[in-house]
Design a protein around this ligand. Sequence first.
Ligand code: ARG
Length: 460
Amino acid sequence: MKKMWAGRTSGKTDQIADDFNSSIRFDQRMYPEDITGSIAHAKMLAKQGIIPEEASAKIIAGLEGILADLNSGKLEIDPAAEDIHMFIEETLTDRIGQDGKMLHTARSRNDQVALDIRLYMREENGQIKQLLKDLVAALCDQAEKYKASLMPGYTHLQRAQPVTFGHQLMAYAYMFMRDLERLGQMEERMNYSPIGSCALAGTTYPIDRVYEAELLGFKAPVANSLDGVSDRDHVVEDLSDLALVMMHLSRLSEELILWSSWEFHFVRLADAYTTGSSIMPQKKNPDMAELARGKTGRVYGDLMAILTTLKGLPLAYNKDMQEDKEALFDAIDNVELCLETFIPMIKTLEANEKAMHQAAQKGFINATDLADYLTKKGMPFRDAYHISGQLVALCIDQDTVLEDLPLETYKGYSDLFEEDLYQAIDLHNCLAKRTSLGGPTPESVQKQVDEVRGKLAEEN
Ligand code: ARG
């Protein structure tokens, strides 16, 4: 196939080189952005008198026709095209003739692709942010529902101190709120227009970059043309933000997997988000959570790929940069898939409050409160800690719990123990007394829910 860029060379390339070089397989998804960018470019060129008004009008109508036909499926993308930019420009010229050849004035594919990626990312980022908001809203609803459901909080995966299920869920809500904030900040930094950087050194045509940036909804043009075509920081930043989203989802997944096991039995995932086994009839597997945990590695890989590709690249455009898109698209697709699955899975999740309460009782998670009881009666904390530990060891030995040890036994360890110790180690009291800011009480969880809901409302 003869290339549009045939000139210095014959443009006759080996089929194997064409296939190797082509990015149409994956960059075709940016056709709406490519057309949006080209329409703005045609408007700017006409406004500046660089191309005739009539030619610009024909180009715009032609591009709109291509967009409509691609959307409806009437026009198919040619898999033999070099990339989406070439395909659209060639189709335009086929359709409207000579005027189509004016579109690429004062432009290069280098600034064109840089523009398309930013437009595409802005679009997808809007979707991901919405999905994150929906996930946080679902977490808030469940946290409110289970704000008083006592459960053991863990450290080292050993039962540690009493929390509530609502408290635990809100911890995740805050993580995803930070993700939301990060993606917003990334978008703000990205929201500058590279178009008009041209190949690398700007152009001799009297273009209006500010006008074109405005047409495309950017804050301003990128200030340096070399930076405009070389910069992929936003891709790195987005992938890093998405890696964090996945890390958060993966930690939540891990807990859902543990909690839905018979060993914990803290939550029931709706049947709709679990699978059975082809051989073991008793199975209900948390596949969605496992798959999300698995995909996390893949998204981390996408981040490493782009970082490695960019390392050591001289300015400005190098073909290596074509490799940015598959990693970016892969991460975006997978994050969207995971979030779309998690929202209904969280909404339909049910807690087994009885099992949580039992686990809390058996876990000696009131041992710290027992030590605090002695401390408040005047014993130094280290001594109190030691006695409390000895009493736990005694309970384990006698297969009982602190609540069930008789007062005489307590007295054998310290005279400071009185009947009121049972109040002090009652699990619900232990929870209710943890009134410090950010703590696990139902009131505190409600405050957190209200705060996060308020922030979500501000976002909308
Ligand atoms: N397909 C290319 C990419 O994705 C477009 C830019 C090509 N520019 C060039 N000078 N060959 O990076």
